[in-house]
Design a protein around this ligand. Structure first.
Ligand code: C2E
Ligand code: MG
Ligand code: MG
Length: 570
């Protein structure tokens, strides 16, 4: 494109004259030499080699139709069918009338009749053909995304609307394609790899659109739109599309989601159809496999809510609408439970929606990377809180923070955490890090490596929600962790169900084998607490002791504990 713009600014263009007749070549060459660089070939085969070699340089081919070896018709057909070479315009040299029509039909830009007369007419026709071809390339390139060759968003919607106007009776389906956690792919494997994935998807979509009719664009980054004539079979075709694209990408870490708005005969506009398809697509957030979802009306309000949370996030952070609550953890090893640490848990006080709990936020924010901002805010708050309590009460209460699976892919994670503890004058072991078990099974090598680095820097790692992921027993023995936190779903039925009790017993045994303490969360009753103590659990977190508390209330809890002078920290 750059080269083309420069050529348009006045650089000399190159023309290839292909004719077996030496005299004809010379006459034409003489006419054009003052304005163009001219090269020659005496038959189609030689010409094809030159064209392939100089394809970026050539502005025009002037082609005789009758030649030995490969004739002009064959070469012209070949050039028109080649993706890379078809941009070079061809003017044919003819001496009979019928040939002119025939060659225009197979894609010649113009023709020049033999024998040659009026050099100025010939020069004008040459100049005109080059200009037309160059303008059409520039239009093509501005309309299209450089990486994938699909339309840019603006042109896509412009042409789509025109299509709708011209064929008002033709129902159209809208499909939105998104890559799950694409920012992680980029961070983990680099932009270059990310781009090659986007290109593969773009090529596949191009193929689908060429086959089915319709249009497609790359809307932004990892987000594609496809506008296809309506098909009742779309639900059957989508798995085939997905299979084709997955095969080409050939990387099990990458999965796609397709949101579909299927034309229902209502006269909604193109933009609205794509809004609906996007909502359907968002419903699949957090999924690990490629899949699709059709839009339906109920989804609408839920998804609009999620969209609002995403768009309000930055403002909420700057206005400190997020608050960090602290839930105490108690050691139950001795006769009397003792406050041992706390877990920091986020709460969003949204001016319109009231308190939004992390359950509604985390997977939403993990999907678009916003979780990194939120987590960093929470880590800073938690570290500052430890420092503040230390100054006020003279004790350093360790606080655990949740570290999302997405944070684990940040190559600066260790540095960021080190800075936070340093700024607050804390030892790294006081800021405990909770990493959910399923993160380990997602990408075990990467996580284990990062966890290794964190531990080497003195951070302590607690494996959160243990039992909810799919760690193999074998993998567990090699995991670098400092504590196991049992998933709370085992606890609710522990007193009523003997099998659950046995299972929790086994998990505690596993922790013994790994030589790490066991923390149980979600403990709500005295019976549960006593049973867990009997089974050998070390630390308990749950409503039985306390709900997550705002910092001031947690402070009161510390004071009470200090009065009893029974603290197990320091
Ligand atoms: P988690 O880390 O496993 O946190 C424990 C969750 O259990 C908390 O829910 C807590 O309020 C709740 N809980 C504690 N005791 C009991 C109990 O006795 N009974 C019941 N039913 N629930 C109890 P919460 O605060 O809603 O957080 C949910 C999840 O969201 C957390 O699970 C954690 O994975 C995630 N999360 C919370 N804050 C953050 C954060 O700042 N960053 C990240 N990445 N994740 C967070
Ligand atoms: Mg946790
Ligand atoms: Mg947990």
């Amino acid at each position: 494109m750059q080269e083309l713009l420069e050529r348009k600014k006045g650089l000399r263009r190159t023309i290839l004259i292909v004719d077996d007749d030496y005299i004809a070549r010379e006459i034409l060459g003489k006419m054009l030499k003052s304005q163009y660089e001219v090269c020659y070939a005496q038959n189609g085969e030689i010409a094809l080699n030159i064209i392939r070699r100089d394809r970026l340089k050539l502005s025009l081919v002037i082609l005789d139709l009758h030649m030995p070896e490969m004739d002009g018709y064959s070469l012209l057909k070949l050039l028109r069918s080649d993706n890379e070479l078809r941009r070079i315009p061809v003017i044919v040299l003819t001496s009979e009338k019928g040939a002119e029509v025939e060659s225009l039909k197979i894609g010649a830009a113009d023709f020049i009749a033999k024998p040659f007369d009026m050099p100025e007419v010939i020069c004008a026709r040459v100049g005109h053909s080059i200009e037309l071809a160059e303008d059409s390339i520039i239009i093509h390139e501005t309309e299209r995304d450089e990486l994938t060759g699909l339309f840019h968003k603006e042109f896509f919607f412009q042409y789509g609307k025109r299509l709708d106007e011209l064929n008002s009776n033709m129902p159209m389906d809208a499909i939105v394609v998104d890559i799950n956690r694409f920012h992680v792919v980029n961070e983990l494997y680099g932009r270059c790899y990310g781009n090659s994935v986007l290109k593969t998807i773009g090529d596949s979509i191009h193929e689908i659109v060429s086959r089915e009719g319709g249009l497609a664009c790359r809307r932004d980054n990892d987000h594609f739109c496809i506008y296809l004539p309506h098909s009742d079979e779309l639900a059957l075709k989508l798995p085939q599309y997905i299979e084709m694209i997955n095969k080409r990408i050939n990387d099990s870490n990458i999965s796609l989601r397709f949101g579909v708005y299927s034309d229902d005969g209502s006269s909604s506009c193109m933009e609205h159809r794509f809004d609906c398809a996007r909502l359907a697509c968002h419903k699949l957030r957090g999924s690990y496999v490629s899949c699709f979802e059709f839009y339906n009306d109920e989804q609408h309000s839920k998804e609009l809510y999620a969209e609002r949370l995403i768009s309000d996030m930055d403002k909420a952070l700057s206005e400190r609408q997020f608050r960090v609550y602290y839930q105490p953890k108690y050691s139950i090893r001795g006769d009397k439970p003792q406050l041992s640490s706390a877990e920091a848990l986020t709460r969003w006080f949204h001016p319109e929606f009231g308190m939004v709990s992390p359950g509604q936020l985390i997977s939403l924010f993990e999907d678009n990377g916003l979780i990194q901002k939120l987590d960093r805010f929470v880590w800073n708050e938690a570290a500052a809180q430890i420092k503040q309590w230390k100054e006020k009460y003279g004790i350093e209460i360790p606080v655990s923070v949740n570290v999302s699976r997405v944070d684990m892919f940040n190559s600066r994670l260790v540095e960021i955490l080190n800075d936070i503890t340093e700024q607050n004058g804390l030892k790294n072991e006081k800021l405990l890090l909770e990493i959910t078990e399923s993160a380990y099974t997602d990408n075990s090598t990467q996580i284990i490596e990062t966890v290794g680095k964190l531990r080497a820097n003195g951070f302590k790692i607690e494996m959160d929600d243990f039992g909810s992921g799919y760690s193999s027993l074998n993998m567990l023995t090699s995991l670098p962790i400092d504590a196991l936190k049992l998933d709370m779903k085992f606890i609710s039925g522990i007193c009523e169900n003997q099998k659950t009790e046995r299972l929790v017993g086994i998990m505690i045994e596993i922790a013994r084998l790994l030589e790490v303490p066991v923390i149980t969360e979600g403990v709500e009753t005295k019976e549960q607490m006593e049973l867990l103590k009997k089974l050998g659990c070390d630390i308990i977190q749950g409503y039985y002791f306390s709900k997550p508390l705002p910092p001031e209330e947690f402070g009161a809890l510390i004071e009470k504990e200090l009065e009893e002078k029974n603290h197990a920290y320091n």
